[in-house]
Each structure stands twice: as C-alpha cells, then as structure tokens.
Ligand binder design. Structure first.
Ligand SMILES: *Cc1c(COP(=O)(O)O)cnc(C)c1O
Length: 373
C-alpha cells in the first residue's frame, strides 16, 4: 500500500491529465491551439509536473498569475511561451527579459510604466470585454487600437486576450453576454490584424467547451485539465475525470457515549453510542473548516460524516457501522473508495464554493505523489 509512509497526501494521476488534455483537443478541435493555465501551482496539482506532461503532449504555452510562478516553470525546464496573466511590480521588469517571459499589460497606465523601463519586453494587452477586472475597455475599440499601435513601437506586443465571466452558465442572458464579449474582443483583434499578433485568445475552459468564436483561436485550458467543472451544474464531456485524489489515514478509533461532545466548541453532542475515528488532516492542510459538521469522507467504500469542528491538524468522523476500521486504515477525502466517490466539486458544493478553491487550498504540508507517468 502506497499510504504507509504518509499522513495526508494527494495522488495526482498524470495519465488522466494526458487523457483530459487529449479529450479537450478532440472536443474543442485539433486545429485549435492550447495554453495550459498552471497558476497557483497548477491549481494545487504541482506546476512543474503538470507543465512537463503537457509539454510532452505538444501544448503551445503556459499561463501563470505572477513572476515567481513563471520563474519556477523556467527553472523547472519549461521552454514554451509563458504568459503572466496578472501584475508584476515594475521593479522586477528586468526578470521578464532575463527569463523570457511575456507580461500582460493591464491598462494604459501599466503599459506606460513597462514601456518606461526602456526595455523591449514581450507583452500582451488584456482587453476588458465586460468583466471589469483588467484590460483596455473594448467598448472603445478605436482607443484600444490606438493604444496597441502606440506601445507596439516600444514593446514587443505578441498578443491580445480577454476573459469571459459567465461562459459556464447556459441561461439565455449569460449566453448573450458571452457572445457579446467574444464579439467585442474580435472587433479589437480585427482592427490590428496587420500587426500579425501571434497570440489572440479569449476562451477559458468553459468558453472552449461551450462557445464558438468566428476565427481560429487559442484556448486557455484551466480547470478542465484537472478534470473539475467550471460550475457545479456543468456536465463535462465523457472521459474527463478528476486527476487528483486526497487521502489520509485513521489515527485512532474509539467509542463515544450519549452526553459526550466532540471537538472544539462542543458543537457535536453525542446522543447514542457510536464509533468514531480521528483523521490527521485539518484546516492547516487546506481541508476547509467550513466542512465542520457538514462534510464527509470515505472509508472502506462507506461515507463517514465529519462530526464536530475540523481542527488545525485533525478531524473526527462517524464510523458507526463501517467494518474493519483501525489505525492506518485509508481515508479518502477526495476521490474514490469502493463504489463511492467524492469530488472536489462535491466538497465545494457542500460549503457554497467552487472546486477551484478546494484544490488550490490543499497546502504544501500535504505530500504530492505522482502516478501514471
Ligand atoms: C484562471 C484563468 C483562466 C483559466 O480559467 P479556467 O476556468 O480554469 O479554465 C483563463 N484565463 C484567465 C485570464 C485566468 O485568470
């Protein structure tokens, strides 16, 4: 058994990652190019390991959130294009050149700062088509064009991108909004066609799966690579499955009796004799404390409800009626056990968040183990 050495560990199946990627290629179109979004340590999955696999599958490039993530990939041997989607302090602009990294230009003001370094930095302009986060306002395409052309004189502008904010919703209003975002973006792109920008992209996972653009494009694949859903209501294509399982072990088994309470704050009152187990994973491992008295884990193919508050390093679960539970028995926090399965999306749904947050939060203290290489 793999688990004997570990207290709390995530198994990341790289074969499933390749399957997810290949399925995306097939579903979205073989002629489309793809950038993998591996920010936040590849959504908690391990950025270098994930990037290396996708690199061997022929992916065109990677996107990260900041310069430290970008440098990690370069130092880890990644040779493809790397785009920083967010802010880099101007004081670190030299490193963009040194490591051959492409920087997003968040606004006119930010572009001025980057241009004033006097270095010909590789950049892509963000275009705001309705998210109101970063980018030049696409409602004024003439102004966008003027700005792009101006900075193309001093910086190496190699692309434009926008970000969709409701591509995972399929009500009519959201679909209309997404269609409009794509249209606004394409209008800006068409005004600067003559600049031959190599990287013009507007689709995230949900956009790639459920929305079409008029031109050939590049899709930024994030959550789908990891086999999770942009939104809980989504139905993913067959063969796309979660690549991460999170496991722990039982550290203690005991009986509790009516009148006993479990955990901090005594939030769980025992009203009948029951068997409980302690599991040495807690919120410092990234297991959300919001799952206290709400979540469940899987043991020997059965659900075991979390009882009491999740502690920093441990939690207690109800194992009444589950056979053969002892010290060292495997506990599945995310993944499969027998016929039962709990996904990061399921956990997220219990506490009103998204699967993204569940996997991003799995802390460094949890060992990552790679299988299927
Ligand atoms: C995070 C991010 C993505 C990836 O989104 P998914 O929903 O995970 O596919 C794509 N583009 C930008 C700009 C992002 O910030």
């Amino acid at each position: 058994m793999i688990n004997q050495k570990y207290r709390s560990w995530a198994e990341i199946n790289l074969e499933k990652l390749r399957t997810n990627y290949n399925k995306c290629c097939k579903t979205i179109g073989e002629s489309t190019n793809f950038i993998a979004v591996v920010k936040a340590n590849a959504y908690g999955h391990g950025d270098i390991q994930v990037a290396k696999q996708l690199s061997s599958c022929g992916i065109k490039g990677f996107a990260v959130s900041n310069i430290d993530e970008a440098k990690r990939l370069r130092c880890g041997g990644i040779k493809e294009e790397i785009l920083i989607l967010g802010y880099t302090p101007i004081e670190r602009a030299d490193e963009l050149i040194e490591y051959g990294i492409t920087q997003t230009l968040l606004s006119w003001d930010y572009a001025v700062l980057i241009a004033n370094t006097g270095k010909r930095i590789k950049c892509q302009f963000a275009i705001d088509t309705g998210m109101s986060r970063i980018g030049l306002n696409a409602n004024n395409p003439i102004e966008c064009e003027r700005t792009i052309r101006l900075f193309a004189n001093t910086l190496e502008i190699n692309g434009l991108f926008t970000h969709l904010c409701v591509a995972d919703c399929d009500d009519d209003e959201s679909k209309k909004f997404t269609y409009n975002q794509i249209e606004l973006f394409e209008k800006v792109v068409s005004r600067v066609k003559d600049l031959n920008l190599k990287f013009c992209h507007c689709l995230n996972s949900a956009g790639g799966l459920w929305h079409k653009t008029s031109s050939e494009t590049i899709v930024r694949l994030g959550i789908i690579l990891y086999g999770l859903k942009p939104d809980y209501s989504n139905i993913l294509p067959d063969e796309i499955t979660p690549i991460l399982s999170w496991k722990s072990v039982v550290s203690m088994v005991k009986e509790v009796y009516p009148g006993d309470t479990v955990g901090y704050g005594r939030t769980y009152l025992v009203d009948h004799q029951m068997k409980i187990a302690t599991v040495p994973t807690g919120y410092a491992d990234g297991y959300s404390r919001s799952l206290s008295n709400k979540g469940y884990v899987l043991i020997n193919g059965n659900r075991a409800e979390i009882i009491g508050r999740i502690c920093m390093d441990q939690m207690m679960v109800d194992i009444s009626g589950i056979e053969n539970v002892e010290i060292g028995t495997e506990v599945v926090l995310i993944g499969k056990s027998g016929n039962q399965c709990i996904t990061a999306d399921d956990l997220a749904n219990v506490i009103g968040t998204i699967g993204y947050e569940i996997v991003c939060n799995i802390s460094e203290r949890v060992d990552r183990i790679y299988i299927g290489e």
